[in-house]
Design a protein around this ligand. Structure first.
Ligand code: NAD
Length: 475
């Protein structure tokens, strides 16, 4: 066993990846403010060097073939599992999400699951024509060097979503984690590199300038980007020069519609976690909930009861399942939107003011009732633990409301009548519509947004194709 697979605490993981004394940027524990370590500050020159190395390593990596690459990726998934607890602890401290619940341990577990799936999903050449008129087959080849740019909310899982299919298809990868959560991603890459050949996967820890260069670099062939819609637009501009192919997983403002026949008691918990997984800092979380008038008070009360009963606090404390906002900027957005809604007459059913007794970045789960379309808490992506609940009487109005915004990532319909729910689902402008749930993902089911939430698909066969180039062989 190598050193890394014997590592047993998060400080040892940090020690392997952090900057030399005095040369890095302090990274703080989101819950306590304590310094966890120093992130290296890589420059554009460091990035250029990384891309050159990744480009040089690519042909040999592709040349290994699917079978050998799959074997190495399966070993890499085992290495993640061998380090699951220290990785989860580091993630919990840096990102803020608790160890327990659908949080840090869950995220690390998902990394191994998605990596294994990308390694083993078959993608065979497709024979398109084979008759007297001729022969043609379509296959998928490595695209080259993939730039992977990630956000801070699910930093490990989203990095794996970008890295795993690319490596599987024979691409090499240069990954740039968010400047808010670099240490956990650097540690993950360090663990993967225990089993991967040199320079097949390189992490560069830099800010926006490094991200911008990564998207526009002439030797980058594909950009996998997950982050805000505003940054996605800049990446499109940046890729005009290198013609890099893009997968853009951008912001969301997912609507949920509770139909009149739903059972509030049965759906309350699903609604709650659909909205508040990762303390609301999730791209495809339920961010505005439309509830039929006949059930409105009951649903609001059930959500408020759950909000009061669900423990929030420091993530390393096993009893907590909700944590802080990851950063001050996001905390300020949530506070501004909640204050603004209250000032416009919305009813704060529970929560509403910072939970300063827990720490600087804690905001309690906040249920906001008697609020309408047009209020910024409804129309903007809050990305935090505040849910506006909007009353409707005609389902046509709820569908129109759900579809009226630029975002189109996810949506959900809640009903005891599956056929009726599916009819409504088919009319919603979203990449995924869940019925009686929200946000559940599966490694074999493609995921991606429409409209302002971006384009391209991740996961499964479609995800493998998206980090490859199609080639037709004919004749
Ligand atoms: P962000 O756009 O601020 O940053 C994302 C990444 O882009 C970071 O690594 C950042 O350094 C980099 N970046 C910044 N400027 C850049 C530029 N000009 N060129 C290239 N890279 C640049 O997003 P964030 O605040 O980290 O993440 C939150 C957002 O991400 C939310 O809107 C959320 O909905 C979205 N998100 C979407 C998905 C999805 O799958 N659709 C998943 C998670 C998060």
């Amino acid at each position: 066993m190598s050193d890394i697979t014997r590592t047993r605490d998060e400080t040892a993981l940090v020690a392997r990846v952090q900057a030399a004394d005095g040369e890095g940027r302090d990274i703080h524990d989101a819950a306590t403010g304590a310094v966890i370590g120093q992130a290296p500050v890589h420059t554009v020159a460091d990035l250029d060097d990384a891309i050159a190395r990744a480009k040089a390593a690519q042909p040999a990596w592709e040349g290994l073939g699917h079978g050998k690459r799959a074997e190495l990726l399966l070993a890499a998934a085992d290495a993640i599992e061998a380090n699951a607890e220290p990785l989860a602890r580091l993630l919990s401290r840096e990102q803020g999400k608790p160890l327990s619940g659908p949080n840090a341990r869950f995220e690390v577990g998902a990394c191994a699951t998605w990596l294994r799936d990308a390694a083993t999903t078959p993608l065979e050449p497709q024979v398109l024509v084979d008759d007297e008129s001729g022969y043609a087959e379509l296959s998928y080849r490595a695209v080259g060097v993939v730039g992977a740019i990630g956000p801070w909310n699910w930093p490990l899982m989203i990095s794996i979503w970008q890295i795993a299919p690319a490596l599987r298809m024979g691409d090499t990868v240069v990954a740039k984690p968010s400047e808010y959560t670099p240490l956990s991603v650097l540690a993950l890459v360090d663990i993967l590199n225990e089993v991967l050949p040199p320079d097949v996967l390189i992490a560069v820890s830099g800010g926006r300038d490094v991200g911008a260069r990564l998207a526009s670099h002439p030797d980058i062939d594909k950009v996998m980007f997950t982050g805000s819609t505003a940054t996605g637009r800049r990446i499109i501009e940046g890729s005009a020069g290198n013609l890099a192919r893009l997968t853009l997983e951008l912001g969301g403002n997912d609507a949920g519609i509770v139909l009149p026949d739903a059972d509030p008691a049965a759906i309350a918990e699903g609604l709650f976690w659909g909205a508040f997984i990762n303390t609301g800092q999730t791209c495809a979380a339920l961010k505005r909930l439309y509830v039929h008038d006949s059930l409105y008070d009951e649903v609001v009360a059930a959500l408020a009861d759950l909000a009061r009963a669900t423990p929030m606090g420091v993530g390393l404390d096993e009893g907590n399942v909700l944590g802080p906002l990851q950063n001050r900027q996001q905390f300020d957005i949530v506070k501004r939107l909640v204050d603004d809604a209250a000032s416009r007459g919305a009813r704060i059913v529970t929560g509403g003011t910072p939970a300063t007794e827990l720490g600087e970045l804690f905001f309690p789960v906040t249920i906001v009732a008697d609020v309408e379309d047009g209020v910024p808490l409804v129309d903007e992506e809050q990305f935090g633990p505040a849910l506006p609940v909007i009353r409707y009487t005609d389902v046509e109005d709820a569908i129109a409301s759900a579809n009226r915004l630029e975002a189109g990532l996810g949506a959900s319909v809640w009903s005891t009548d599956r056929a009726a729910a599916r009819e409504v689902a088919a009319r919603l402008q979203a990449g995924t519509v869940w019925i009686n749930g929200h946000g559940g993902l599966h490694p074999k089911v493609p995921f991606g947004g429409v409209k302002g939430s971006g384009y391209g698909l991740e996961f499964g066969v479609e995800g493998l194709k998206s980090v490859a180039v199609p080639q037709v062989i004919s004749g």
